[in-house]
Design a protein around this ligand. Structure first.
Ligand code: SF4
Ligand code: SF4
Length: 384
């Protein structure tokens, strides 16, 4: 065969970085595989139960300590960031979708494809080596790795922040058994005395700086909490967020000059730009064909209808009453219960008629309770 020209570890590292930039990664860094420095914080966080229904985190708790469980023989980790921000401007009363989810692509697929191309750069000069690409799904503390690879610091909003790229980015990695020279860790932090993110959070989800109670976070409530109602006391705080939330990133000064998304697949598209009213009544088939490949498919059509009902209830638009009344017949009891709440919030006479009609045929006990609570709310508003 042709003898391969060996290049030094440093040359290979440089090549990975320049290729990474060409593949659309705004940041590329390298760190050595090692026990995460912030593992104890993560374990404390789990201990407090802040992960809510995201049971997979707790279930794999021990796996986060040792990256060789993710890839046997891992020696170095290449960490990359791809910018998705800043998203389209909000339209009042329309319903907002988090910036990362406004495009066509599922970012897992997009990142994985690009990471495989980057891993090929390693294989070309180290044919004997093995690599594994990861985006989100493996038990790795990605932010810990990113900080160690020099990509940025942990903001008080728990996001990884870079002075130039901001925080609107996805993180991904390549685990490899090839030794690569590590970059210096990002030791400094640049939040200073700022507390904007903590002050701006609509549901008061921060226990303190750097500690997020995911159970209260809108991103968790609208995406991860599926098949159950959003707790009553948190519904008003969801405001007009129909999927995810960007508030603690929008207010961060480091995002003012953040690198914008360059990737065509991450640019906002019309299909994700539906109003809350449209999401409320979007049928399963249209949802799947138009949004099946976007991150919105994670909660799915029924949970998006539930979220839409929250947004409409919060917006108090009486024009939404006919559509909400129709949706009182939805097959999913969680949707019916949330719609009942929304009708109570809007509080017109027509809303009351629809709630009474539904109550006369509703069999699900939890939905009946929501309808009764909405009617009680209404009699306060309308007078009985
Ligand atoms: Fe609060 Fe929104 Fe940030 Fe969640 S994403 S912590 S709800 S500001
Ligand atoms: Fe840090 Fe302020 Fe940004 Fe929060 S808003 S992450 S405190 S710089």
């Amino acid at each position: 065969g042709i003898p391969c020209v060996t290049i030094s570890d440093q040359e290979l590292a440089n090549r990975i970085k320049s290729q990474g930039a060409e593949l659309g990664f705004s940041l590329v860094g390298i760190t050595a595989a090692a026990r995460p420095e912030t593992l104890e914080y993560f374990q404390d966080w789990l201990q407090q139960g802040y992960q809510g229904e995201m049971n997979y985190l707790k279930r794999r708790e021990d796996a986060y300590a040792d990256q060789t469980g993710v890839m046997h023989g891992v020696c170095s980790i290449v960490v990359v960031a791809m910018n998705y921000g800043p998203g389209r401007p909000a339209i009042p009363g329309h319903g907002r979708v988090a910036a990362y989810a406004q495009g066509t692509a599922d970012y897992h697929d997009l990142m994985r494809t690009r990471l495989k191309k980057l891993a090929a750069v390693i294989r070309e000069s180290r044919p004997e080596s093995h690599s594994r690409v990861t985006v989100d799904t493996a038990p790795l503390l990605e932010r810990d790795l990113a900080k160690r690879a020099g990509l940025g610091w942990f903001g008080k909003n728990t996001m990884l922040i870079n002075k130039h790229a901001g925080s609107y980015f996805f993180l991904g990695g390549i685990l490899t058994d090839t030794p690569l020279p590590p970059d210096p860790p990002h030791f400094s932090s640049h939040c200073g005395t700022c507390t904007r993110c903590l002050d701006a959070c609509p549901t008061d989800a921060f226990v303190g700086p750097h500690v997020l109670d995911a159970r209260k976070c809108i991103a968790y409530l609208t995406i991860e909490l599926r098949g159950e109602p959003i707790p009553r006391e948190l519904r008003a705080g969801v405001q007009d967020w129909i999927f995810g939330c960007d508030v603690c990133q929008q207010v961060c000064p480091w995002n003012r000059k953040a690198t914008p998304a360059l990737e065509p697949q991450l640019q906002p598209i019309q299909a994700t730009h539906r109003s809350a009213l449209e999401f409320l009544e979007l049928d399963e088939q249209t949802f799947r064909s138009e949004l099946g490949k976007t991150p919105l498919s994670r909660p799915g059509a029924a949970n998006m209808a539930r979220n839409a009902a929250i947004v409409l209830g919060n917006s108090k638009q009486s024009e939404a009453v006919p559509a909400l009344s129709r949706t009182l017949n939805h097959s999913d009891p969680v949707v019916r219960a949330t719609v009942a709440w929304a009708l109570g919030e809007i509080g017109t006479a027509a809303a009351r008629v629809s709630l009474m009609e539904r109550l006369s045929v509703e069999l699900d006990e939890s939905v009946r309770e929501e309808i009764q609570a909405a009617l009680a709310e209404l009699s306060g508003k309308l007078g009985t």
